[in-house]
Design a binder for this molecule. Structure first.
Ligand SMILES: Nc1nc2c(ncn2[C@@H]2O[C@H](COP(=O)(O)OP(=O)(O)OP(=O)(O)O)[C@@H](O)[C@H]2O)c(=O)[nH]1
Ligand SMILES: [Mg+2]
Length: 368
């Protein structure tokens, strides 16, 4: 299982540059969707420093990172919502992602025209939020129309379900009409399930990536503080990223990239921060598995049971699940080896319903 992330933003905000930085890719930054081309889709390894610790304990021949899938649809969400052709297909694709990255332009470059005529970070964040609301309202209207038709033809036994759905949708619609994203609504489980079916864009966690120029790196902390105070919410965070620089650094060896980063006064890789924050917002955790040849990191939604986690690795493991042997990476590190952890009795034997914790090192025992 990998995390799926959709990249959106105004034209020329740096979406494709962010995509390239995240995926280490070299997609053309020329506008692509207007020409009817496919969106950029790329897979990236999720940086996970703890894999190194596990590797030093187990000495496998192979180390496998968790994967993140990125899609850069390259068109405005508003235009997608009103278009029934290719736009509609792109919107469907976008609606399957776990999390949105919203790229906002902050870099100054007079040779690159801004679609709104001038640089204004806050205005653009508001514009993008409104585009998402607009798109959800369009989906909502279509669904409500269909519901009316269904209600007319409904058998007595079906009416109740349709009416309930309508009631929930009208509550959502009311929020959207106040320009409120659905992600901030406290909801009952039935409403949650409904949202999951429709994949509303404003219900998804949103990471606002403010794309700054090299000259603005010194303002990172103050800019982030100011924007987060205004725009962050339970599932939304703002971070700054110098996408052009990060894209260039992504092509370098790690040591050379670090040297450059130090030169710019960047403490941490902007990409790692971006991925880490999108994980936090999406409520994803990482667990690890190992054999004598391989250690591997897996992404998992927080709160997933051991048996469901086993199913992510292999369906046979879920079907034939017996137990999960677990130890936290911290404890394993203290033990120094798997054998020592067994000897000390620190390998926990957990059942199907055990909730996998971030940093768990897990071996699934199963029958085939
Ligand atoms: N100076 C500077 N230029 C940047 C930065 N980020 C992106 N650019 C440039 O801005 C232009 C647009 O970047 P893209 O990544 O193609 O933007 P986009 O949002 O994908 O654009 P469209 O797909 O056409 O909507 C390119 O020429 C980039 O090189 C930056 O941080 N600084
Ligand atoms: Mg692009």
């Amino acid at each position: 299982m990998s995390i799926n992330i959709g990249i959106i933003g105004l034209s020329q905000s740096g979406k494709t540059t962010v995509f390239n930085a995240l995926t280490g890719g070299k997609a053309d930054t020329a506008s692509h969707v207007t020409g009817g081309l496919a969106p950029h889709i790329g897979i990236a390894h999720v940086p996970e420093p703890r894999l190194k610790i596990l590797t030093e304990l187990i000495h496998p021949s192979k180390v496998v990172s968790a994967e993140a899938k990125y899609i850069d649809v390259g068109a405005s969400v508003k235009s997608l919502a009103t278009d029934k052709g290719i736009g509609g297909q792109l919107l469907n694709q976008l609606s399957t992602v776990d999390t949105l990255i919203i790229v906002i332009r902050a870099f100054k470059d007079d040779s690159i025209p801004h679609p709104q005529g001038s640089l204004d970070i806050k205005r653009d964040i508001n514009t993008l939020n409104l585009e998402l609301v607009f798109s959800d309202l369009a989906i909502m209207e279509r669904r409500l129309e269909k519901l009316e038709t269904s209600l007319k033809a409904a058998k007595p036994g079906e009416r109740q379900g349709f009416l309930q759905e309508k009631e929930i949708l009208l509550v959502f619609k009311n929020e959207l009409q106040k320009d409120k994203p659905l992600r901030t609504l406290a909801m009952e489980t039935s409403a949650h399930r409904l949202i999951a079916n429709y994949q509303f864009l404003t219900a998804k966690p949103a990471l606002i990536v403010v794309n700054i120029g090299e000259g603005q790196i010194a303002q990172t902390a103050s800019l982030e503080a100011e924007l987060n105070a205004q725009f962050s919410d339970i599932k939304c965070r703002v971070i700054t990223l110098c996408a052009k620089l990060e894209m260039e650094l992504a092509q370098l060896e790690e040591s050379a990239a670090k040297e450059f980063r130090d030169g710019y006064g960047l403490k941490e890789s902007g990409l790692e921060r971006t991925i880490k924050t999108s994980y936090e917002l999406s409520d994803m955790i990482t667990f690890f598995t190992f054999t004598t040849n391989e250690v591997r990191a897996w992404s998992l939604a927080r709160g997933t049971s051991a048996v469901k986690a086993a199913g992510k690795i292999h369906t046979d493991m879920e079907k034939g699940f017996i137990r999960a042997e677990c130890i936290s990476l911290d404890e394993l590190k203290k033990c120094g080896s798997i054998a020592e952890a067994h000897k000390k009795g620190l390998m926990r034997s957990e059942g199907k319903e055990y909730i996998i914790q971030d940093g768990d090192v897990v071996t699934i025992r199963f029958n085939v």
